[in-house]
Design a protein around this ligand. Structure first.
Ligand SMILES: NC(=O)c1ccc[n+]([C@@H]2O[C@H](COP(=O)([O-])OP(=O)(O)OC[C@H]3O[C@@H](n4cnc5c(N)ncnc54)[C@H](OP(=O)(O)O)[C@@H]3O)[C@@H](O)[C@H]2O)c1
Length: 433
């Protein structure tokens, strides 16, 4: 089919040309004609900002497109859309705010920026009546943001439960399936390129917390920032925890959880036991998945690759097409819907279920003492059983839903009981209901 001569060309100014930026450039180069036929717009990267303009690049772009002056790209009158793939908060925040103020729609993959300065950017986008899209910021290659914001615009979401960090999921999969220690599994992840040389942001849960903040903001139409998200990483997950979980029919995952509890938003990232029958339990290695629950839809799951140049570029190019169509033909996508001012529930007041493994004295009355300590703190027990005898005696508990603060107070009291030798293992339990 001949291309209509009138196909509008949208000129993209790209900030950053690393893993994702070069994959975007390749995708537009290889699929440009398909995009033009399908979407009715032609996308061309005309300017590119990088740190080192003389470095050799794999992106199929002309040498004279590169500059080290990102401001000159944003302010170039011949740039229609700004694509930010630098990462980090500054200078990305200032550059995108400037672009929006100049009336240019923006696309970004930057979760850190959105989870910390999202409101400011969305305000700038609203004031300028321009689009800001960020499909790649959460779960890289999985179409998730557009389904939540657009396809599910009529739904009231109740809960979002996700595996949104591939590095930690890979590490926990190795620990579960190969009996590796945390340190060995991390070293393997680094060898395979799944973990950075400095894996802190993955391991301590801060990468997942940023994504959790974005998901909570979108799902519950309120403002949630990274600092609102309770965070506990995976460095403390012991082989014993994994073995216990497996023996009881659970799998340990690092989960990002955002839910409405009595009208308040509870957002948290921590390792948790989920039943082996839960759809998230089968998400292995570096894959990501997000499980969404709503009053009308019931349950939905989004699954795929959460990172990597090519999968992430697919999300970015989808955003570019949507934005470019609006530039060419008019219109605007749904803007920032975080218009409600829902309170953030502190972790102490959040509710959940818990698994607890206690080494105890093996004598009559011990179970009653422990049950009383739970009862005094308002924690009720769903299941309890004893394993081993004498010196080896262990009591294993799964609680009903309880307030985190109440559970922690009960554990503190249990540690002080003479009949409790040791708190061997303690994990939150999710996905039971
Ligand atoms: N990689 C993934 O799988 C993935 C997945 C989802 C989302 N993301 C997000 O996508 C974004 C980009 O990630 P990436 O992996 O492509 O990063 P990257 O490989 O480190 O690339 C960053 C690029 O930004 C350029 N840059 C950095 N600071 C700059 C500045 N001040 N001015 C101009 N250019 C600058 C760098 O230039 P030089 O090339 O000259 O150093 C490089 O080209 C991040 O927000 C990341 O969180 C990445």
């Amino acid at each position: 089919m001949d291309r209509p001569v009138t196909t509008p060309e949208i000129r993209v100014g790209m900030l950053g040309c690393g893993t994702v930026g070069s994959a975007v450039a390749r995708m537009l180069d290889e699929h440009g004609e398909d995009i033009e036929r399908r979407a009715g717009v032609r996308l061309r990267i005309t300017r590119v900002a990088v740190r080192d303009a003389s470095a050799s690049r794999t992106a199929p772009l002309p040498r004279d497109a590169y500059t080290t002056d990102a401001w000159s790209v944003v302010r170039d009158p011949d740039v229609d859309v700004v694509l930010e793939l630098i990462g980090g908060i500054e200078p990305a925040r200032e550059l995108l705010t400037d672009a929006l103020r100049a009336g240019k729609p923006v696309v970004t993959a930057n979760k850190e920026l959105l989870a910390n300065a999202g409101t400011e950017l969305f305000d700038a986008a609203d004031a300028a009546e321009r689009d800001i899209r960020f499909e790649a910021a959460v779960a890289g290659g999985i179409p998730l943001i557009a389904p939540l914001r657009e396809s599910l615009a009529g739904e009231r979401l109740e809960r979002v439960l996700g595996i949104v960090n591939g590095t930690t999921n890979y590490i926990l999969t190795r620990m579960s399936e190969h009996g590796s220690t945390f340190a060995d599994a991390l070293a393997e992840a680094q060898r395979l390129g799944y973990a950075e040389t400095d894996p802190t942001a993955d391991v301590d849960g801060s990468d997942a917390a940023a994504k959790c903040a974005i998901l909570a903001s979108i799902a519950f139409h309120t403002r949630v920032v990274s600092g609102d998200v309770f965070r506990e990483g995976i460095a403390g997950v012991m082989p014993q925890d994994i073995a216990d979980a497996s023996r009881l029919g659970y799998v340990v995952k690092l989960l990002a959880i955002a839910e409405l509890q009595d009208g308040e938003v509870a957002a948290r990232v921590h390792p948790a036991m989920i039943p082996a029958s839960h759809p998230l339990a089968s998400v292995r290695d570096a894959f990501n998945a997000v499980f969404v629950e709503g009053g009308r839809i019931g349950q939905l799951m989004f699954y795929g690759r959460g990172a990597g140049g090519d999968p992430t570029a697919a999300s970015v190019v989808g955003d570019l097409v949507a934005v470019a169509r609006n530039v060419a033909f008019g219109g605007r996508a749904i803007g920032w819907t975080s218009v409600l001012d829902r309170p953030i529930r502190s972790m102490n007041h959040s509710t959940g279920q818990y698994y607890l493994n206690l080494h105890v004295e093996d004598r009559p009355g011990v179970l009653a003492e422990i049950a009383e300590a739970f009862g005094r703190n308002g924690v009720s027990i769903e299941r309890v059983w004893q394993e081993g005898f004498g010196e080896e005696a262990t009591l294993v508990f799964i609680t009903h839903r309880a307030r985190e603060g109440a559970f922690q107070a009960a554990v503190a009291e249990l540690r002080g009981l003479p009949s409790v030798r040791d708190v061997a293992s303690m994990l939150r339990v999710e996905g039971e209901e």
